[in-house]
Design a protein around this ligand. Sequence first.
Ligand code: PCA
Length: 215
Amino acid sequence: MKKKVLLTGFDPFGGESINPSWETVKQLHGETINEILIIAEQVPTVFHQSALVLKKAIQQHCPDVVICVGQAGGRPHITPERIAINIDDARIPDNDGQKPIDEQISDHAPNAYWSSLPIKRIVKQMREHGIPASISNSAGTFVCNHLFYQLMHFIDRSQSMIKGGFIHIPFLPEQTTDKNEPSLSLDIMINGLRIAAVTAASHDIDIRESGGSLC
Ligand code: PCA
């Protein structure tokens, strides 16, 4: 049976005119590789609203794997995140003007959730294909960490067998013409996220059989 992987990317924020996460995941929308169908959805760079859009997309598409993707300007590698933490602490406003400081994302909820993606295996596969990749131990405290935390909280609360996690990606070259920052080409990032999707969906062949579907 076909597996479904939902990839999300954000709209541009912080003065950028593009967001590499959306530019990359939209190129993979509709692709089928080894019986794995990739679906891409855009989410807003807005606390809470991003999670509402994500939950709707999960309910609509019933994916086996959800990988949220975001821009981490300044990083040289594609970085699967290890952990989501229960805090919003914004250095800049989100796209709705919200700038929470030291606010818990969810009361009476765990301080953190681990990614349930095979992050080490994803990094290994990417490197074997010549793609610069490493694990990140912090997704920050802005909207990316927020969405990652909400995703894992949603999966946990609904006792779903969905595998979920987050991957930060660097700037695209066209974003760095006026900055001294590293970047990776669109092709490299598309290939990297394709590898992540296939690796995650192939990791546990019993995902669907083990039940717990939200749909
Ligand atoms: N990166 C931001 C939010 C949206 C995005 O692409 C972050 O790292 O929190």
